[in-house]
Ligand binder design. Structure first.
Ligand code: HEM
Length: 446
């Protein structure tokens, strides 16, 4: 029987501060260096996170993603737990997590999602028709407006005045929340001028609007016909037959917003950044979109997410000793499953530095080698929704504007609190292909 070493795998000996700076400023080269030296499992020491074991081999990743949820937790030590609320799917574990996940899953299944397609198309058309022609601009803010509105309409079921209010309140709330999640020492209510005090008061305003949306849904005679996620949560029942409470529904709504809005927007900006640097592919995508196809677009989205995963690590904490890769990791250690390292492993993805969507044209990526959405029972609940949204927005973009290629250097990676975006926001120059008029379908659902 293979021997198991008690404790952590080896890793760099440099001081914690230098390791932290290496990871935050030059993440990929820093991690690649450690992998070359120590192999697919090594330890780091990070400020604020403590000891962290990094994994980048599909067999070790599978073993970890499918581990017993009483041995590995993802929620209770998540920095987002306090920010998103006690019921947040991202902040709970074991039985409570399974129960909430069961309640949230139905709306995210295949056929139901189709209902969101015309809605997202209309939102994308309205936004992309406002892009300036002939001048360079960052697509990031525009992509964020699209993904925010898509979630508020498809997930929250918001419209009219409440949609406008939420569009005003939520961007500052998510921005403050992602900064505060990194500084637990600031999470104290010292009045309305303190950062946490301001954050809580903003959340109270958001909650008041969400309560009106929930109460309206509870009274809606057409509830069963509604496709939005809030409507489905209102109809969901716990194992004991009781309905979801308002605080539960509110926490899950803001969790989906926090988890799904910037991640999807940054992936879209990265797509723009990649496509402008690959004109031949861009021409093939335009031709395909004009002909009504989507296979290459789907493959391109997967390749963008391989090369530019916006979430660097899926995280698990050891609650009890956990054996992986020949080590028995003690309780209290963070395990980081690294998308960046795994996605650039030449044994898994030949020529990993080449942007080559064709690699995914006839074959779906492997579940434990391609992990931009994490995996196992914590795999991103919105993965199919996100893919649909990116697919529709890119289709609208390709049909309505001509994206001008560039030979500018690749945009660098920039960490924005939770996710990594193109440092310059995915800059674009476009020419209009079709007049900025709305299709009848878009007008009907906008
Ligand atoms: C490109 C866009 C997105 C990316 C890259 C992304 C990535 C991720 C990752 C890496 C995780 C952690 C998985 C793990 O620990 O194994 C996650 C979890 C989650 N995501 Fe996403 N996500 C995206 C879009 C969305 C959207 C659109 C929604 C909702 C509408 C969403 C809702 C969630 C939720 C609720 C969780 C927590 C799942 C759980 O703990 O059970 N995400 N996502």
């Amino acid at each position: 029987m293979a021997t198991v070493i008690e404790g952590l795998p080896p890793g760099p000996r440099m001081p914690m501060a230098l390791q932290t700076v290496g990871l935050m400023t030059r993440q990929r080269p820093f991690l690649e260096r450690q992998r070359r030296r120590y192999g697919p499992i090594f330890s780091l020491h990070m400020a604020g996170l403590g000891r962290m074991v990094v994994l980048s081999d599909p067999a070790l990743i599978k073993h970890t993603f499918t581990a017993d949820p009483t041995v590995l937790h993802a929620g209770d030590r998540s920095p987002l737990r306090r920010v998103l609320g006690d019921n947040s799917l991202l902040g709970i574990d074991e039985g409570q997590h399974l129960e909430q996940r069961r309640l949230l899953l139905p709306p995210f299944k295949g056929q139901r999602l189709k209902a969101y397609e015309p809605l997202i198309e209309a939102i994308a058309e309205e936004e992309i028709d406002r892009w300036p022609a002939g001048v360079e601009f960052a697509t990031g803010p525009s992509m964020q407006r699209i993904t925010l509105r898509a979630i508020l309409r498809a997930v929250f079921g918001a419209s009219g005045r409440r949609l406008e209010q939420l569009e005003e309140l939520l961007p500052p709330w998510t921005e403050q929340g992602s900064s505060l999640s990194r500084f637990p020492q600031l999470q104290r209510d010292l009045g309305r001028r303190s950062p946490w005090g301001r954050f809580l008061r903003l959340r109270a305003q958001v909650d008041a609007i969400l309560d009106t949306l929930i109460e309206d849904a509870r009274r809606d005679p057409q509830l069963e016909q509604r496709p939005d996620v809030l409507a489905l949560m209102v109809q969901g029942r716990h194992g004991d037959g009781s309905p979801m409470t308002n605080p539960e529904i509110r926490d899950q709504l803001v969790t989906m917003l926090a988890a799904g809005h910037e991640t999807t927007a940054h992936t879209l900006s990265w797509a723009v950044e990649r496509l402008r640097r690959h004109p031949e592919l861009l021409a093939r995508l335009v031709e395909e979109a004009d002909a009504g196809g989507r296979a290459l677009r789907d493959a391109t989205i997967r390749e963008v997410q391989r090369m530019r995963p916006v979430i660097a690590f899926a995280g698990r904490h050891t609650i009890r000793p956990f054996e992986v890769g020949g080590y028995r990791i003690p309780p209290g250690v963070l395990i980081g499953l690294s998308a960046g390292l795994t996605h650039y492993d030449a044994a898994l993805f030949p020529a990993p530095d080449r942007f080559e969507p064709d690699r995914f044209l006839d074959a779906l990526p492997d579940t434990y080698a391609w992990i931009p959405f994490g995996g196992g029972i914590r795999r991103c609940i919105g993965a199919t929704f996100a893919h649909l949204e990116i697919e529709v927005v890119l289709r609208v973009l390709l049909r309505r504007v001509e994206l001008l290629p560039t030979d500018a250097p690749d945009e660098a990676w920039k960490f924005r609190g939770v996710a990594w975006s193109p440092a310059e926001g995915g800059r674009a120059i476009v020419r209009r292909r079709v007049p900025a008029a709305r299709t009848p379908l878009a007008v009907a659902v906008a």
